[in-house]
Design a binder for this molecule. Sequence first.
Ligand SMILES: *Cc1c(COP(=O)(O)O)cnc(C)c1O
Length: 419
Amino acid sequence: MTPGELLEFDRAHLWHPYTSMTDPAPTRLVTGASGSRITIDGVGDVVDAMASWWSAIHGYRHPVLDEAVRRQLERMSHVMFGGLTHKPAVELARRLVDLAPAGLDRVFLADSGSVGVEVAMKMALQHQRGTGHPERTRFLTVRGGYHGDTFDCMSVCDPEGGMHAMWSGLLPQQVFGERPPRPGGDVEAWAAGFRALAAEHADQLAGLIVEPLLQGAGGMHPYPAECLAVFRDVADEHGLVLIFDEIATGFGRTGTLFAADAAGVSPDVMCVGKALTGGYLSLAAVLCTGEVARGLSASDSGVLMHGPTFMGNPLACAVASASLDLLTSSDWAGDVRRINRGLQALHEIDAADVRVLGAVGVVQLDHPVDVAKATEAALEQGVWLRPFRDLIYTMPPYVCSDDDIATICAGIAAAAEAG
Ligand SMILES: *Cc1c(COP(=O)(O)O)cnc(C)c1O
């Protein structure tokens, strides 16, 4: 098929994320990717400012990651995880337990972030059943969050501004506190309101779930690390299972290995995904404490009734271990600081708001972005962007050079101007 035929079939038959099948937004054909660049047919090589939805932290076609997949492929690509285990899964779990905040030493391997969040919520509900609180069935969270697209995940996404508002009547009704203030904002005032809300609903609540330090797809909103201590405190005071969804923030993105590390707070359950495999394959992990594991095991069924067909996929586990080794043996913190310095140039853009945290740069306009125009303008600067709502942002690969980051900033400036 020619590029034109591929795009034509795509338009008629293939669904893309968050798009219409009857009136699809334009898509572009990618023919390859290497380092920080993707190759778009008819455009050429452009810097991927999105790191494939924040996952390709080491860039594309990294020789070490390519080799890890190839080596595993020569042994086996997959076997079921029921009743069987293998070295790639064990080695990955060992690394995750080593790196994770203290106490998180039980690992459930899921096949995507949303499934990981479902498992985390199931763990919290079942822990309450196992410890004599079957009536605790709701979740406490904050406005402005995003936790995935499956039904339980949607129930804890922002109920109004989020992308799932149309389902509100069908979803479990969760308890939403105010969004935490921006860095430098009034944490005390926010915390007082949040504590009061938790106290009001405590006897119905199973868990507290949040994205630590940075709300991602719900609006790219960073907030002060002190708020994490408030979450820990509220969970302890009312016997809630504290879940940190680190699917976007994990593996260095905000400047510490996990966002939780910025406050020295350990949750009871932590979800990771996205960058876990360096963007190579779909994989997520849910880590919990021994206490949560024992509590849920004391429930009627005695087991965690969850087991995806492709649980612990050896190819995904092998490349995840290789990606973690690459990360921990590199000066990732130095790279994130370097990128952070480069992204400060975004403050020169005339916009409603500019926010930079770790290797995340966000420009907020005073109107919804014209995505088609903004995308086109960025591509002319040699940058791939995917704006949403009133936000143009980047979460680039850590291997981006200073020149790449300058190019990304120029692309965002052009997108802001055009969109
Ligand atoms: C992307 C994301 C998810 C969902 O992960 P998928 O792999 O897309 O299902 C959940 N939580 C957060 C914080 C995310 O950023």
